[in-house]
Every structure is written in structure tokens, then in C-alpha cells.
Design a protein around this ligand. Structure first.
Ligand code: AHG
Ligand code: MN
Ligand code: MN
Ligand code: MN
Length: 334
């Protein structure tokens, strides 16, 4: 009989190594897993619930919000506020973060959470996998209102990061800096159960993931690298396979399991890259590095970027170490 270890049991076991732990992080992860279960339920009956299609507003990104963007954002915000372990919440769907140290709020905690409540919105109506991404910091200041040093923390200072993929199954993957572990939701018992212990990303791979329609907008280095991917050379497993889902979480998770590389380089339309640093690139970069992979802008590690504003964007090249190294070699040469 396969023994079941739930997410909560796993965290308690992990925290046993920290006698001073007071269960705050356990409660924070419980809040996140509660919201993920609620989003899972809606995603899995999307066609039957009034949850498909556009919400009717544009968000701060200038994107048309989907109903599920707003649904997911509401439930993650509620769960994190009510969980009582946070002092700051920031979402892709809100122009400004919510500073819980200002004014009367639920019980205040020490965690700052940046999240993308629903990643891959363009795929919702076609029943393609979507996700949620979260990034967790501890406040630097001890009490009172948050200060600029709290917001200036680079990705290297995350205390935890994770994502949920709502696909053929719903899987929550996270790290606290001691490796990466994955948990699959068993809807029959309503628990995330350990399914991918000590997850590592293969050092090499033969899958590349990029929106090729942007080819003419890429730098010559990226164009040369993509030509390299297509050359016929059985000794280096080329041509590579091209896979592009259009949901970052789904493309990233595939590469975590099979090995591979995902690229969203700078384009004419997005000169600084399309993907957002604080709630897409930093959390996935933390996971990638903890799993033995790499994440770079092409010129520097994602985790070393100094954050300047909440919704700032960055180019992202992330995945198997040897494949990311090859892209950096092309960028260095061209
Ligand atoms: P979101 O749905 O949270 O706005 O993110 C969409 C992102 C990411 O999920 C995906 O990798 C990328 O947009 C796809 O962009 P293109 O459609 O330009 O390829
Ligand atoms: Mn969006
Ligand atoms: Mn996203
Ligand atoms: Mn989103």
C-alpha cells in the first residue's frame, strides 16, 4: 500500500528540524493550498460554471482580464489575508500591492507574498493547462509599517516559491531553499499528497519552448541559437523538439520533468521581455536553481536582479543547465 503524505504532514516533518518554528509557514502554505483547491474546482468545471470568457475589464498590464483571472485573484487574496501570516500582498491583477501594515487589518504576519493568480489566461477557454505562481519573502523590518528595504529584496532573498499547475492533475510544486518537492491533489480526500519528492530538472534536454512568431523580433544571438536547435546532428540529439503551450507554468513544469529550455527573450513589442520579475520569473528561477537548473536574462541570473517596480518585466531563459549555458554562449558570441 502506497503511504500517503499530505502537504501539511510534509511541512510539519520539515519544520521538526527547526524547533523554534511556530507554525507560521505551515499556516501560510495552508492558505495557499486552500485557494489552489478552490481554483482547481472551478478550472475543472469551467465549461459548466460561468467562469469562461472575459471579465470585461483590463488589468494594469493592459490585458483583458478573464473571469478566472479575477476569480483566482479574489480567492488567493482572501485566503492569504484571512490566513493571518502576511503583511503585504501583491498580484499581477492589481496595480499596487496591499500593505496590510497600513490601517486596520486581519492579524498581521511577517510574510510578503507576490503572486500570479492565474497564469496562462489565454488558454482557459480552450481547456489547456493553466497555473498559479507565488513568491514569498520575510519582511526585513521587524515591526510597524513596511519600509523600502522590505520591497528592495532581490529574488535571491525569497524564503519560498512555488507554482500550481491545473492540468490533467493539479500539482503544487514548491521550494524553501532546501530542494524542490511536488504534491498532487487527490480530490477524493481534498489533500495535496507528496508525489514528486526531491524533484530535480535533468541537466540536459532536447525540448525548446519559445513563441517562434516573435522570431523576426529577436536578437541575432537568439536567432542563431534557434537555428542551432533546428540543425540535424544526431550526436547532439538535434533537431530538438519544439513545444510551446503558452502557459509559462505548463511549459516550465514540462521542462522540470523532462528537461528542456523555455525562452521569452526581449522583443520589439516587449523590449524588456514580457514576463514579470516578481511573480513569474523570480519564483520559477528559485525553483529552477533549487532543482539543479538555471534561470537567466541571458546576461545575468534572474535572482540577482534588483527589483525597481512591482510589475517590471525581464527577458527569461530558464531550464536545464546545459541548455541555458548554450544560449548564454550564443549571447556572448553574437
Ligand atoms: P498571464 O496569463 O499570467 O498573463 O501570463 C501569460 C504569459 C505566460 O503564461 C506565457 O508564457 C506567456 O504569457 C505567453 O505569451 P505569448 O502569448 O506572447 O507567447
Ligand atoms: Mn495576465
Ligand atoms: Mn503569468
Ligand atoms: Mn496571470
Amino acid at each position: 500500500m502506497m503511504s500517503i503524505q499530505t502537504l501539511e504532514q510534509f511541512i510539519i516533518e520539515q519544520q521538526a528540524q527547526f524547533p523554534t518554528a511556530k507554525g507560521e509557514f505551515t499556516r501560510l502554505l495552508q492558505a495557499i493550498s486552500l485557494a489552489a483547491k478552490i481554483v482547481h474546482r472551478e478550472v475543472n468545471k469551467a465549461g459548466l460554471a460561468d467562469i469562461l470568457g472575459k471579465h470585461g475589464n483590463c488589468n494594469v498590464q493592459g490585458e483583458e482580464q478573464q473571469k478566472l483571472d479575477v476569480f483566482a485573484d479574489n480567492h488567493f487574496m482572501d485566503a492569504l489575508k484571512r490566513g493571518g501570516e502576511c503583511c503585504y500582498l501583491a498580484s499581477e491583477e492589481h496595480e499596487d500591492g496591499i500593505d496590510l501594515t497600513k490601517g486596520k487589518h486581519y492579524r498581521l504576519g511577517k510574510y510578503m507574498v507576490y503572486f500570479d493568480p492565474l497564469d496562462g489566461s489565454s488558454n482557459i477557454d480552450s481547456n489547456v493547462s493553466v497555473g498559479t505562481i507565488f513568491s514569498i519573502y520575510k519582511r526585513k523590518t521587524v515591526e510597524g509599517e513596511l519600509d523600502k528595504e522590505d520591497f528592495a529584496q532581490s529574488g535571491r532573498q525569497q524564503v519560498a516559491a512555488g507554482y500550481v499547475i491545473y492540468g490533467s492533475s493539479t500539482v503544487l510544486v514548491y521550494t524553501t531553499g532546501r530542494g524542490v518537492d511536488g504534491f498532487t491533489l487527490d480530490p477524493s480526500i481534498g489533500e495535496f499528497c507528496l508525489s514528486h519528492p526531491a524533484l530535480t530538472i535533468p541537466k540536459d534536454g532536447h525540448v525548446y519552448s519559445v513563441n517562434e512568431s516573435n522570431y523576426n523580433q529577436f536578437s541575432s544571438a537568439i536567432k542563431h541559437y534557434l537555428q542551432y536547435c533546428k540543425e540535424i546532428d544526431p550526436t547532439t540529439n538535434r533537431p530538438f523538439s519544439s513545444r510551446y503551450i503558452g502557459s509559462l507554468v505548463a511549459d516550465f513544469h514540462r521542462n522540470m520533468i523532462q528537461g528542456g529550455i523555455f525562452l521569452y527573450p526581449a522583443t520589439v513589442q516587449y523590449p524588456k521581455g514580457k514576463l514579470r520579475l516578481m511573480y513569474e520569473c523570480n519564483p520559477l528561477a528559485f525553483i529552477a536553481e533549487q532543482a539543479g537548473g538555471k534561470a537567466t536574462t541571458g546576461r545575468m541570473p534572474i535572482l540577482d536582479i534588483d527589483p525597481k517596480e512591482l510589475h517590471q518585466r525581464t527577458p527569461l531563459i530558464i531550464g536545464s543547465e546545459k541548455m541555458v549555458d548554450m544560449v548564454e554562449k550564443y549571447i556572448h558570441e553574437y
